[in-house]
Design a protein around this ligand. Sequence first.
Ligand code: FE2
Ligand code: FE2
Length: 220
Amino acid sequence: MVTLKDVKADEEVKVLIKTGEKQIDALAYTEHSVRHATIVSNWTGMILKETGASKKLINLGEIAGYLHDIGNSLSRYDHAGSGALLAYGILKRLGMSLSDSAEIMMAIGNHDEKNGIPVSILTSALIIADKSDVHKSRVKHKLLNDATNIHDRVNLAVNRSFVKVDKENKQIDTVIETDDKICSVADYFEIYHTRMLMCTKAAELMGYKYGLIINNVKLL
Ligand SMILES: [Fe+2]
Ligand SMILES: [Fe+2]
């Protein structure tokens, strides 16, 4: 069985994540390095585990989470599509079955809110994990008055974010703690509206409700 450990140790994966960082730097986007890959991998696995998925699906989720942004190595434009194809090739080379490789390809290809949709449990867990990683350490350009990058402004305000799964009440929440002097709850909601809708649909596919909690206030 191909595991997350095998994927992390793969030279091609290391090179693609590093190369993607160059692209993100040039665009002055938020951090998309091994840190983001690791967090999304952990949270995708955790969501699947807490919602009762099989060990096999949890493993696929951890791998999909780790690889989901490798498409940035080609271009940020349609990085979900290009990353999906790259991951498919790497996973086949590592010996993963065609059907499992394709399952991960589909999840990665659908993780971006611009053109993706939740099409499977794996895709849904990946979407919620990815959209929940909001944190000040992801901001590379610390200029608060840089109006061209609204994501930086919101990320800079976030001191902590995490995903909470309540299996009994069928509820998945993104929990965010912000510095409201930098960014209001309304700012966050406005900027992340599309992402939140995507998370709502993702949770629905899993039979769950999605919630967004900012500074102990339930917004969704
Ligand atoms: Fe992405
Ligand atoms: Fe991402």
